[in-house]
Design a protein around this ligand. Sequence first.
Ligand code: J2J
Length: 536
Amino acid sequence: MPVPFTHWPDEAAARYRQKGYWLDLPLTDILTRHADSDATAVIDGERHVSYRQLHQAADNLAAQLQRQGLKQGETALVQLGNVVEFYITLFALLRLGVAPVNALFSHQRSELNAYALQIEPAVLIADRDHPLFADDAFLNTFVEEHRSVRQVLLRHDHGDHALETAIAQPATGFVATPTPADEVAFFQLSGGSTGTPKLIPRTHNDYYYSIRRSNEICHFDAQTRYLCALPAAHNYPLSSPGALGVFLAGGCVVLASDPSATLCFPLIERHQINVTALVPPAVSLWLQAISEGGSHVSLRSLRLLQVGGARLSATLAARIPAEIGCQLQQVFGMAEGLVNYTRLDDPPERIFNTQGCPMSPDDEVWVADEHGNPLPQGEVGRLMTRGPYTFRGYYRSPEHNAQAFDANGFYSSGDLISIDEAGYITVQGREKDQINRGGEKIAAEEIENLLLRHASVIHAALVSMEDSLLGEKSCAYLVVTAPLRAVAVRRFLREQGVAEFKLPDRVACVDALPLTPVGKVDKKKLRQWLAERPLT
Ligand code: J2J
Protein backbone atom coordinates (compact mmCIF):
# COMPACT_ATOMS: atom_id res chain seq x y z
CA MET A 1 0.00 0.00 0.00
CA PRO A 2 1.57 3.31 -1.05
CA VAL A 3 1.64 6.21 1.41
CA PRO A 4 -1.57 8.24 0.89
CA PHE A 5 -1.24 11.83 -0.33
CA THR A 6 -3.08 14.50 -2.33
CA HIS A 7 -2.36 13.82 -6.01
CA TRP A 8 -2.11 16.42 -8.76
CA PRO A 9 -5.18 16.43 -11.02
CA ASP A 10 -4.76 14.05 -14.01
CA GLU A 11 -4.73 16.94 -16.47
CA ALA A 12 -1.82 18.66 -14.67
CA ALA A 13 0.11 15.40 -14.28
CA ALA A 14 -0.27 14.66 -18.01
CA ARG A 15 0.95 18.16 -18.88
CA TYR A 16 3.99 17.90 -16.57
CA ARG A 17 4.91 14.59 -18.20
CA GLN A 18 4.34 15.88 -21.70
CA LYS A 19 6.59 18.87 -21.01
CA GLY A 20 9.34 16.59 -19.76
CA TYR A 21 9.23 17.75 -16.15
CA TRP A 22 8.14 14.40 -14.78
CA LEU A 23 10.37 11.66 -16.13
CA ASP A 24 8.97 8.75 -14.12
CA LEU A 25 12.38 7.99 -12.67
CA PRO A 26 12.96 7.26 -8.98
CA LEU A 27 15.14 9.69 -7.00
CA THR A 28 17.61 6.83 -6.53
CA ASP A 29 18.54 7.35 -10.19
CA ILE A 30 20.55 10.35 -8.95
CA LEU A 31 22.98 7.90 -7.38
CA THR A 32 22.68 4.73 -9.50
CA ARG A 33 23.71 6.69 -12.61
CA HIS A 34 27.13 7.16 -10.94
CA ALA A 35 27.39 3.69 -9.37
CA ASP A 36 30.59 2.91 -11.29
CA SER A 37 32.32 6.22 -10.63
CA ASP A 38 35.34 6.51 -8.37
CA ALA A 39 34.98 10.29 -8.15
CA THR A 40 34.52 11.60 -4.61
CA ALA A 41 30.86 12.17 -3.78
CA VAL A 42 31.12 13.20 -0.12
CA ILE A 43 33.85 14.46 2.19
CA ASP A 44 32.93 14.13 5.85
CA GLY A 45 35.87 15.07 8.05
CA GLU A 46 38.71 12.74 7.05
CA ARG A 47 36.36 10.37 5.24
CA HIS A 48 36.31 10.62 1.44
CA VAL A 49 33.45 8.56 0.00
CA SER A 50 33.29 7.83 -3.73
CA TYR A 51 30.08 7.44 -5.71
CA ARG A 52 30.73 3.73 -5.98
CA GLN A 53 31.14 3.47 -2.19
CA LEU A 54 28.10 5.63 -1.49
CA HIS A 55 25.99 3.49 -3.78
CA GLN A 56 27.31 0.26 -2.26
CA ALA A 57 26.76 1.54 1.29
CA ALA A 58 23.16 2.51 0.49
CA ASP A 59 22.51 -0.91 -1.03
CA ASN A 60 24.07 -2.68 1.94
CA LEU A 61 21.89 -0.80 4.37
CA ALA A 62 18.78 -1.31 2.22
CA ALA A 63 19.48 -5.05 2.01
CA GLN A 64 19.99 -5.31 5.75
CA LEU A 65 16.73 -3.46 6.46
CA GLN A 66 14.94 -5.65 3.94
CA ARG A 67 16.29 -8.83 5.56
CA GLN A 68 14.88 -7.55 8.84
CA GLY A 69 11.46 -7.24 7.24
CA LEU A 70 11.13 -3.59 6.18
CA LYS A 71 8.81 -3.31 3.18
CA GLN A 72 7.89 -0.92 0.39
CA GLY A 73 5.15 1.49 1.46
CA GLU A 74 6.32 1.74 5.08
CA THR A 75 7.80 4.84 6.69
CA ALA A 76 10.91 5.71 8.68
CA LEU A 77 11.84 8.37 11.20
CA VAL A 78 15.43 9.50 10.69
CA GLN A 79 17.48 11.94 12.73
CA LEU A 80 21.03 12.31 11.49
CA GLY A 81 23.13 15.46 11.28
CA ASN A 82 25.60 16.56 8.61
CA VAL A 83 27.31 13.20 8.26
CA VAL A 84 27.70 10.91 5.25
CA GLU A 85 25.33 8.41 6.90
CA PHE A 86 22.54 10.90 6.28
CA TYR A 87 22.80 10.42 2.50
CA ILE A 88 23.50 6.68 2.76
CA THR A 89 20.32 6.29 4.81
CA LEU A 90 18.25 8.50 2.54
CA PHE A 91 19.24 6.55 -0.57
CA ALA A 92 18.85 3.19 1.22
CA LEU A 93 15.29 4.00 2.25
CA LEU A 94 14.44 5.34 -1.21
CA ARG A 95 15.86 2.14 -2.74
CA LEU A 96 13.53 0.13 -0.48
CA GLY A 97 10.49 2.28 -1.15
CA VAL A 98 10.32 3.34 2.52
CA ALA A 99 9.40 7.01 2.98
CA PRO A 100 11.45 8.81 5.64
CA VAL A 101 10.81 11.92 7.66
CA ASN A 102 14.25 13.46 8.11
CA ALA A 103 14.01 15.31 11.42
CA LEU A 104 16.50 18.10 12.03
CA PHE A 105 19.37 17.32 14.37
CA SER A 106 18.22 20.25 16.55
CA HIS A 107 14.86 18.56 17.10
CA GLN A 108 14.07 17.04 20.47
CA ARG A 109 11.51 14.74 22.06
CA SER A 110 8.50 16.87 21.23
CA GLU A 111 9.20 17.07 17.50
CA LEU A 112 10.20 13.41 17.13
CA ASN A 113 7.04 12.28 18.91
CA ALA A 114 4.88 14.56 16.78
CA TYR A 115 6.36 13.16 13.56
CA ALA A 116 6.14 9.55 14.75
CA LEU A 117 2.48 10.00 15.69
CA GLN A 118 1.75 11.15 12.15
CA ILE A 119 3.68 8.59 10.11
CA GLU A 120 3.77 5.58 12.47
CA PRO A 121 7.29 4.62 11.39
CA ALA A 122 8.43 1.02 11.06
CA VAL A 123 12.04 2.01 11.69
CA LEU A 124 13.90 4.65 13.69
CA ILE A 125 17.38 5.65 12.56
CA ALA A 126 19.15 8.10 14.88
CA ASP A 127 22.51 8.98 16.40
CA ARG A 128 24.07 8.18 19.77
CA ASP A 129 25.84 11.56 19.47
CA HIS A 130 22.47 13.29 19.91
CA PRO A 131 21.77 13.97 23.62
CA LEU A 132 18.37 12.21 23.32
CA PHE A 133 20.06 8.94 22.37
CA ALA A 134 23.13 9.17 24.60
CA ASP A 135 21.49 6.52 26.78
CA ASP A 136 18.42 4.30 26.31
CA ALA A 137 15.92 6.23 28.42
CA PHE A 138 14.20 8.11 25.59
CA LEU A 139 14.64 5.22 23.18
CA ASN A 140 12.81 2.81 25.47
CA THR A 141 9.89 5.19 25.99
CA PHE A 142 9.78 5.95 22.28
CA VAL A 143 9.47 2.34 21.14
CA GLU A 144 6.97 1.75 23.95
CA GLU A 145 4.80 4.67 22.83
CA HIS A 146 5.14 4.10 19.10
CA ARG A 147 4.31 0.43 18.68
CA SER A 148 4.77 0.61 14.89
CA VAL A 149 8.58 0.78 15.37
CA ARG A 150 10.06 -2.68 14.70
CA GLN A 151 13.67 -1.74 14.06
CA VAL A 152 16.13 0.74 15.53
CA LEU A 153 19.52 1.65 14.12
CA LEU A 154 21.86 4.10 15.81
CA ARG A 155 24.99 5.76 14.51
CA HIS A 156 27.93 5.42 16.90
CA ASP A 157 26.22 2.62 18.79
CA HIS A 158 28.52 -0.09 20.10
CA GLY A 159 25.90 -2.78 20.43
CA ASP A 160 23.25 -4.53 18.35
CA HIS A 161 21.79 -1.35 16.96
CA ALA A 162 24.91 -0.10 15.15
CA LEU A 163 24.06 1.69 11.91
CA GLU A 164 27.66 1.33 10.75
CA THR A 165 27.46 -2.49 11.04
CA ALA A 166 24.31 -2.56 8.91
CA ILE A 167 26.05 -0.38 6.33
CA ALA A 168 29.09 -2.65 6.25
CA GLN A 169 27.18 -5.92 5.64
CA PRO A 170 27.52 -6.83 1.93
CA ALA A 171 24.23 -6.71 0.01
CA THR A 172 24.16 -9.97 -1.88
CA GLY A 173 21.30 -10.35 -4.30
CA PHE A 174 19.56 -7.17 -3.22
CA VAL A 175 16.80 -6.03 -5.55
CA ALA A 176 15.70 -2.41 -5.15
CA THR A 177 11.98 -1.71 -4.80
CA PRO A 178 11.57 2.08 -4.95
CA THR A 179 8.01 3.37 -4.92
CA PRO A 180 6.53 4.34 -8.31
CA ALA A 181 7.82 7.77 -9.36
CA ASP A 182 4.43 9.42 -8.96
CA GLU A 183 4.11 8.21 -5.36
CA VAL A 184 5.56 9.65 -2.15
CA ALA A 185 9.35 9.33 -1.95
CA PHE A 186 9.76 11.04 1.43
CA PHE A 187 8.34 13.76 3.63
CA GLN A 188 9.71 17.26 3.92
CA LEU A 189 9.21 19.30 7.09
CA SER A 190 7.02 22.36 7.01
CA GLY A 191 8.18 25.52 8.79
CA GLY A 192 4.64 25.50 10.06
CA SER A 193 2.26 27.90 11.68
CA THR A 194 0.03 25.42 13.50
CA GLY A 195 0.12 23.48 16.77
CA THR A 196 1.55 20.27 15.31
CA PRO A 197 4.43 20.30 12.83
CA LYS A 198 3.04 19.46 9.38
CA LEU A 199 4.55 17.03 6.90
CA ILE A 200 4.88 17.59 3.18
CA PRO A 201 4.68 14.52 0.93
CA ARG A 202 7.20 14.86 -1.93
CA THR A 203 7.07 12.49 -4.90
CA HIS A 204 10.04 11.22 -6.92
CA ASN A 205 8.75 13.00 -10.00
CA ASP A 206 8.24 16.41 -8.47
CA TYR A 207 11.40 16.44 -6.35
CA TYR A 208 13.63 15.10 -9.12
CA TYR A 209 12.38 17.82 -11.44
CA SER A 210 13.05 20.56 -8.88
CA ILE A 211 16.63 19.30 -8.47
CA ARG A 212 17.26 18.96 -12.22
CA ARG A 213 15.88 22.40 -12.96
CA SER A 214 17.85 23.92 -10.06
CA ASN A 215 21.04 22.48 -11.51
CA GLU A 216 20.33 24.12 -14.86
CA ILE A 217 19.80 27.51 -13.25
CA CYS A 218 22.73 27.31 -10.85
CA HIS A 219 25.09 25.69 -13.39
CA PHE A 220 26.03 22.76 -11.13
CA ASP A 221 28.27 20.26 -12.90
CA ALA A 222 30.93 17.63 -12.22
CA GLN A 223 33.34 20.40 -11.17
CA THR A 224 30.96 21.65 -8.46
CA ARG A 225 32.45 21.47 -4.98
CA TYR A 226 29.62 22.32 -2.59
CA LEU A 227 29.96 23.05 1.10
CA CYS A 228 26.88 21.84 2.99
CA ALA A 229 26.94 23.84 6.23
CA LEU A 230 23.19 24.23 6.79
CA PRO A 231 21.27 21.24 8.23
CA ALA A 232 21.56 18.52 5.56
CA ALA A 233 17.91 17.49 5.93
CA HIS A 234 16.60 20.96 5.16
CA ASN A 235 14.99 21.40 1.75
CA TYR A 236 17.39 24.20 0.75
CA PRO A 237 20.77 22.42 1.13
CA LEU A 238 19.17 19.15 0.01
CA SER A 239 17.53 20.26 -3.21
CA SER A 240 18.13 23.89 -4.20
CA PRO A 241 20.21 22.41 -5.87
CA GLY A 242 21.88 21.29 -2.68
CA ALA A 243 23.58 17.96 -2.13
CA LEU A 244 21.17 16.06 -4.39
CA GLY A 245 21.89 18.54 -7.18
CA VAL A 246 25.61 17.97 -6.68
CA PHE A 247 25.19 14.18 -6.78
CA LEU A 248 23.09 14.40 -9.93
CA ALA A 249 25.84 16.46 -11.57
CA GLY A 250 28.62 14.18 -10.33
CA GLY A 251 30.28 16.85 -8.15
CA CYS A 252 31.50 16.73 -4.57
CA VAL A 253 29.70 17.58 -1.30
CA VAL A 254 31.82 18.64 1.66
CA LEU A 255 30.05 18.48 5.02
CA ALA A 256 30.34 21.01 7.84
CA SER A 257 28.45 20.69 11.11
CA ASP A 258 27.61 24.41 11.26
CA PRO A 259 28.05 27.52 9.09
CA SER A 260 30.54 29.34 11.35
CA ALA A 261 33.46 31.09 9.66
CA THR A 262 35.95 29.34 11.94
CA LEU A 263 34.83 25.96 10.68
CA CYS A 264 33.90 26.81 7.08
CA PHE A 265 36.77 29.07 5.94
CA PRO A 266 39.47 26.41 6.35
CA LEU A 267 37.21 23.82 4.66
CA ILE A 268 36.70 26.17 1.70
CA GLU A 269 40.44 26.56 1.23
CA ARG A 270 41.36 22.94 1.89
CA HIS A 271 38.73 21.46 -0.42
CA GLN A 272 38.62 24.26 -2.98
CA ILE A 273 34.90 24.82 -2.45
CA ASN A 274 33.32 26.81 -5.29
CA VAL A 275 29.70 27.09 -4.08
CA THR A 276 27.83 27.09 -0.80
CA ALA A 277 24.44 28.03 0.65
CA LEU A 278 23.88 30.23 3.69
CA VAL A 279 21.14 31.99 5.63
CA PRO A 280 21.52 35.77 6.12
CA PRO A 281 22.86 35.71 9.74
CA ALA A 282 25.70 33.41 8.67
CA VAL A 283 26.56 35.91 5.91
CA SER A 284 26.85 38.68 8.53
CA LEU A 285 29.19 36.53 10.61
CA TRP A 286 31.33 35.66 7.58
CA LEU A 287 31.61 39.35 6.63
CA GLN A 288 32.54 40.21 10.20
CA ALA A 289 35.23 37.52 10.25
CA ILE A 290 36.65 38.82 6.97
CA SER A 291 36.63 42.48 8.06
CA GLU A 292 38.32 41.62 11.35
CA GLY A 293 41.06 40.18 9.20
CA GLY A 294 41.97 37.52 11.73
CA SER A 295 41.64 34.80 9.13
CA HIS A 296 44.46 34.31 6.64
CA VAL A 297 42.56 31.63 4.81
CA SER A 298 41.89 32.18 1.10
CA LEU A 299 38.29 32.06 -0.09
CA ARG A 300 39.40 32.57 -3.68
CA SER A 301 37.96 29.27 -4.91
CA LEU A 302 34.42 30.37 -3.90
CA ARG A 303 32.53 31.52 -6.98
CA LEU A 304 28.89 31.46 -5.92
CA LEU A 305 27.22 32.14 -2.58
CA GLN A 306 23.55 31.28 -2.35
CA VAL A 307 21.59 33.13 0.34
CA GLY A 308 18.03 32.30 1.32
CA GLY A 309 15.69 31.05 4.01
CA ALA A 310 15.03 34.53 5.37
CA ARG A 311 15.11 38.14 4.19
CA LEU A 312 18.49 39.39 3.03
CA SER A 313 18.87 43.18 3.18
CA ALA A 314 20.09 44.90 0.02
CA THR A 315 22.97 46.41 2.02
CA LEU A 316 24.20 43.02 3.17
CA ALA A 317 23.66 41.63 -0.33
CA ALA A 318 25.89 44.26 -1.94
CA ARG A 319 28.70 43.52 0.50
CA ILE A 320 28.96 39.90 -0.66
CA PRO A 321 30.66 40.43 -4.04
CA ALA A 322 32.60 43.40 -2.66
CA GLU A 323 33.99 41.74 0.45
CA ILE A 324 33.82 37.99 -0.12
CA GLY A 325 34.71 38.31 -3.78
CA CYS A 326 32.12 35.89 -5.15
CA GLN A 327 28.79 36.12 -6.88
CA LEU A 328 25.55 36.24 -4.88
CA GLN A 329 22.42 34.29 -5.71
CA GLN A 330 19.25 34.94 -3.72
CA VAL A 331 17.06 31.91 -3.13
CA PHE A 332 13.48 32.20 -1.96
CA GLY A 333 12.11 28.72 -1.52
CA MET A 334 9.90 26.59 0.64
CA ALA A 335 9.80 22.91 1.57
CA GLU A 336 6.27 22.83 0.12
CA GLY A 337 7.72 23.33 -3.38
CA LEU A 338 8.14 26.68 -5.16
CA VAL A 339 11.73 27.89 -5.41
CA ASN A 340 12.77 31.27 -6.83
CA TYR A 341 16.32 32.13 -7.83
CA THR A 342 18.04 35.23 -9.08
CA ARG A 343 19.78 34.13 -12.27
CA LEU A 344 23.55 34.08 -12.57
CA ASP A 345 23.46 36.59 -15.45
CA ASP A 346 21.03 39.01 -13.79
CA PRO A 347 22.27 42.59 -13.31
CA PRO A 348 23.60 43.32 -9.78
CA GLU A 349 20.62 45.56 -8.87
CA ARG A 350 18.22 42.71 -9.45
CA ILE A 351 20.37 40.28 -7.50
CA PHE A 352 20.70 42.68 -4.57
CA ASN A 353 17.08 43.84 -4.47
CA THR A 354 14.87 40.88 -5.36
CA GLN A 355 14.43 37.30 -4.23
CA GLY A 356 14.51 36.01 -7.78
CA CYS A 357 11.86 34.52 -10.04
CA PRO A 358 10.29 31.05 -10.18
CA MET A 359 12.54 28.34 -11.55
CA SER A 360 9.98 26.60 -13.75
CA PRO A 361 8.14 28.12 -16.73
CA ASP A 362 5.11 26.25 -15.37
CA ASP A 363 5.24 27.69 -11.85
CA GLU A 364 2.03 29.68 -11.60
CA VAL A 365 2.49 32.50 -9.10
CA TRP A 366 0.11 35.36 -8.43
CA VAL A 367 -0.66 37.85 -5.69
CA ALA A 368 -3.99 37.79 -3.86
CA ASP A 369 -5.74 40.33 -1.65
CA GLU A 370 -7.26 39.32 1.68
CA HIS A 371 -10.37 37.99 -0.09
CA GLY A 372 -8.38 35.79 -2.46
CA ASN A 373 -8.80 38.03 -5.50
CA PRO A 374 -5.87 38.84 -7.80
CA LEU A 375 -4.14 42.19 -7.24
CA PRO A 376 -2.72 44.39 -9.99
CA GLN A 377 0.94 43.90 -10.88
CA GLY A 378 3.36 45.44 -8.39
CA GLU A 379 0.99 45.48 -5.42
CA VAL A 380 1.75 43.71 -2.16
CA GLY A 381 -0.37 40.71 -1.22
CA ARG A 382 -0.46 36.99 -0.54
CA LEU A 383 1.72 34.62 -2.54
CA MET A 384 -0.42 31.99 -4.32
CA THR A 385 1.23 29.19 -6.26
CA ARG A 386 0.88 25.82 -7.93
CA GLY A 387 3.15 23.97 -10.31
CA PRO A 388 5.05 20.81 -11.24
CA TYR A 389 6.90 20.51 -7.93
CA THR A 390 4.58 22.29 -5.49
CA PHE A 391 2.64 19.88 -3.28
CA ARG A 392 -1.16 19.68 -3.20
CA GLY A 393 -1.75 18.93 0.48
CA TYR A 394 -0.12 18.41 3.87
CA TYR A 395 -0.08 14.81 5.08
CA ARG A 396 -3.31 13.84 6.85
CA SER A 397 -4.37 17.45 7.50
CA PRO A 398 -7.70 17.99 5.71
CA GLU A 399 -8.74 20.93 7.90
CA HIS A 400 -5.49 22.80 7.51
CA ASN A 401 -5.41 22.03 3.78
CA ALA A 402 -8.84 23.60 3.37
CA GLN A 403 -7.29 26.87 4.57
CA ALA A 404 -3.89 26.59 2.91
CA PHE A 405 -5.23 25.95 -0.62
CA ASP A 406 -7.82 27.74 -2.74
CA ALA A 407 -10.47 25.93 -4.78
CA ASN A 408 -8.12 25.71 -7.77
CA GLY A 409 -5.30 24.03 -5.89
CA PHE A 410 -3.18 27.13 -5.39
CA TYR A 411 -1.11 27.00 -2.20
CA SER A 412 -1.02 30.11 -0.06
CA SER A 413 2.44 30.19 1.55
CA GLY A 414 1.62 32.92 4.05
CA ASP A 415 4.25 35.22 2.52
CA LEU A 416 3.42 38.76 1.47
CA ILE A 417 5.15 39.58 -1.79
CA SER A 418 5.14 41.86 -4.80
CA ILE A 419 6.06 40.85 -8.35
CA ASP A 420 7.73 43.37 -10.68
CA GLU A 421 7.20 43.75 -14.43
CA ALA A 422 10.00 41.26 -15.14
CA GLY A 423 8.34 38.62 -12.93
CA TYR A 424 10.84 38.97 -10.07
CA ILE A 425 9.55 38.59 -6.53
CA THR A 426 10.30 40.75 -3.51
CA VAL A 427 9.32 39.32 -0.14
CA GLN A 428 7.58 42.14 1.73
CA GLY A 429 6.41 40.43 4.89
CA ARG A 430 4.49 37.53 6.26
CA GLU A 431 0.95 36.74 7.17
CA LYS A 432 1.46 33.31 8.71
CA ASP A 433 1.79 33.05 12.47
CA GLN A 434 5.45 32.13 12.36
CA ILE A 435 8.75 33.55 13.56
CA ASN A 436 11.64 33.31 11.11
CA ARG A 437 14.61 33.22 13.45
CA GLY A 438 17.50 33.59 11.02
CA GLY A 439 16.01 31.00 8.66
CA GLU A 440 14.82 28.65 11.44
CA LYS A 441 11.04 28.67 11.48
CA ILE A 442 9.00 28.67 14.68
CA ALA A 443 5.25 28.04 14.57
CA ALA A 444 3.83 30.40 17.21
CA GLU A 445 0.92 28.11 18.08
CA GLU A 446 3.19 25.13 18.76
CA ILE A 447 5.08 27.07 21.45
CA GLU A 448 1.97 28.79 22.82
CA ASN A 449 0.36 25.37 23.38
CA LEU A 450 3.42 24.20 25.28
CA LEU A 451 3.50 27.41 27.35
CA LEU A 452 -0.14 26.90 28.31
CA ARG A 453 0.84 23.61 29.94
CA HIS A 454 2.62 25.62 32.64
CA ALA A 455 0.52 25.83 35.80
CA SER A 456 1.00 29.62 36.14
CA VAL A 457 0.27 30.55 32.52
CA ILE A 458 -3.27 31.63 31.62
CA HIS A 459 -2.66 33.17 28.19
CA ALA A 460 0.38 33.03 25.90
CA ALA A 461 1.31 34.74 22.63
CA LEU A 462 4.58 34.33 20.78
CA VAL A 463 5.58 37.17 18.46
CA SER A 464 8.63 38.15 16.46
CA MET A 465 10.88 41.02 17.42
CA GLU A 466 13.53 42.62 15.28
CA ASP A 467 17.10 41.52 15.73
CA SER A 468 20.11 43.01 14.00
CA LEU A 469 21.84 39.66 13.47
CA LEU A 470 19.08 37.06 13.19
CA GLY A 471 16.51 39.33 11.53
CA GLU A 472 13.92 38.13 14.01
CA LYS A 473 13.90 36.68 17.48
CA SER A 474 10.91 35.50 19.50
CA CYS A 475 9.17 37.13 22.44
CA ALA A 476 6.58 35.36 24.58
CA TYR A 477 3.89 37.56 26.09
CA LEU A 478 2.32 35.81 29.06
CA VAL A 479 -0.61 36.40 31.37
CA VAL A 480 0.29 34.60 34.58
CA THR A 481 -1.12 33.84 38.02
CA ALA A 482 2.33 34.09 39.64
CA PRO A 483 5.46 35.92 38.43
CA LEU A 484 7.56 33.90 35.96
CA ARG A 485 11.13 34.64 35.00
CA ALA A 486 12.45 34.08 31.49
CA VAL A 487 14.92 31.42 32.66
CA ALA A 488 12.10 29.47 34.29
CA VAL A 489 10.00 29.67 31.12
CA ARG A 490 12.87 28.42 29.00
CA ARG A 491 13.66 25.64 31.47
CA PHE A 492 10.01 24.59 31.40
CA LEU A 493 9.95 24.47 27.60
CA ARG A 494 13.21 22.54 27.54
CA GLU A 495 11.57 19.99 29.87
CA GLN A 496 8.73 19.72 27.34
CA GLY A 497 11.39 18.50 24.94
CA VAL A 498 11.33 21.21 22.32
CA ALA A 499 14.18 22.29 20.01
CA GLU A 500 16.44 24.96 21.53
CA PHE A 501 15.89 27.48 18.70
CA LYS A 502 12.18 27.58 19.56
CA LEU A 503 12.73 28.83 23.13
CA PRO A 504 11.60 32.48 23.48
CA ASP A 505 14.48 34.94 23.46
CA ARG A 506 12.43 37.31 25.63
CA VAL A 507 9.55 36.80 28.06
CA ALA A 508 7.18 39.56 29.11
CA CYS A 509 4.43 39.12 31.69
CA VAL A 510 1.46 41.41 31.11
CA ASP A 511 -1.96 41.96 32.74
CA ALA A 512 -3.87 41.10 29.58
CA LEU A 513 -3.23 40.40 25.90
CA PRO A 514 -4.63 42.95 23.46
CA LEU A 515 -7.51 41.59 21.37
CA THR A 516 -8.77 42.36 17.88
CA PRO A 517 -12.43 43.34 17.42
CA VAL A 518 -13.27 39.67 16.73
CA GLY A 519 -11.60 38.60 19.97
CA LYS A 520 -8.36 37.10 18.62
CA VAL A 521 -5.01 38.03 20.15
CA ASP A 522 -3.82 41.18 18.40
CA LYS A 523 -0.25 40.21 17.48
CA LYS A 524 0.21 43.34 15.40
CA LYS A 525 -0.35 45.40 18.56
CA LEU A 526 2.08 43.16 20.49
CA ARG A 527 4.76 43.68 17.84
CA GLN A 528 4.04 47.41 18.04
CA TRP A 529 4.50 47.32 21.82
CA LEU A 530 7.84 45.66 21.26
CA ALA A 531 8.93 48.22 18.70
CA GLU A 532 7.88 51.11 20.95
CA ARG A 533 9.20 49.67 24.19
CA PRO A 534 11.93 47.16 23.34
CA LEU A 535 12.48 44.92 26.33
CA THR A 536 16.00 44.97 27.62
C1 J2J B 1 12.64 35.89 2.57
N1 J2J B 1 11.99 34.85 3.11
C2 J2J B 1 12.37 33.62 2.74
C3 J2J B 1 14.06 34.54 1.25
C4 J2J B 1 12.61 31.48 2.41
C5 J2J B 1 15.42 27.18 -0.72
C6 J2J B 1 15.58 28.30 0.06
C7 J2J B 1 14.87 28.43 1.25
C8 J2J B 1 13.98 27.43 1.67
C9 J2J B 1 13.25 27.60 2.95
C10 J2J B 1 13.82 26.30 0.86
C11 J2J B 1 13.40 33.40 1.81
N2 J2J B 1 13.63 35.76 1.67
N3 J2J B 1 15.05 34.43 0.36
O1 J2J B 1 12.99 25.30 1.19
O2 J2J B 1 14.37 25.07 -1.09
C12 J2J B 1 10.84 32.14 4.07
C13 J2J B 1 9.44 32.33 3.49
C14 J2J B 1 9.07 30.93 3.04
C15 J2J B 1 9.70 30.09 4.15
C16 J2J B 1 9.98 28.67 3.75
C17 J2J B 1 14.55 26.17 -0.34
N4 J2J B 1 13.52 32.08 1.62
N5 J2J B 1 11.91 32.39 3.09
O3 J2J B 1 13.53 28.51 3.72
O4 J2J B 1 10.30 25.64 4.20
O5 J2J B 1 8.59 32.75 4.53
O6 J2J B 1 12.24 26.71 3.17
O7 J2J B 1 7.68 30.71 2.94
O8 J2J B 1 12.23 26.37 5.68
O9 J2J B 1 10.92 30.77 4.45
O10 J2J B 1 10.74 28.04 4.73
P1 J2J B 1 11.36 26.59 4.50
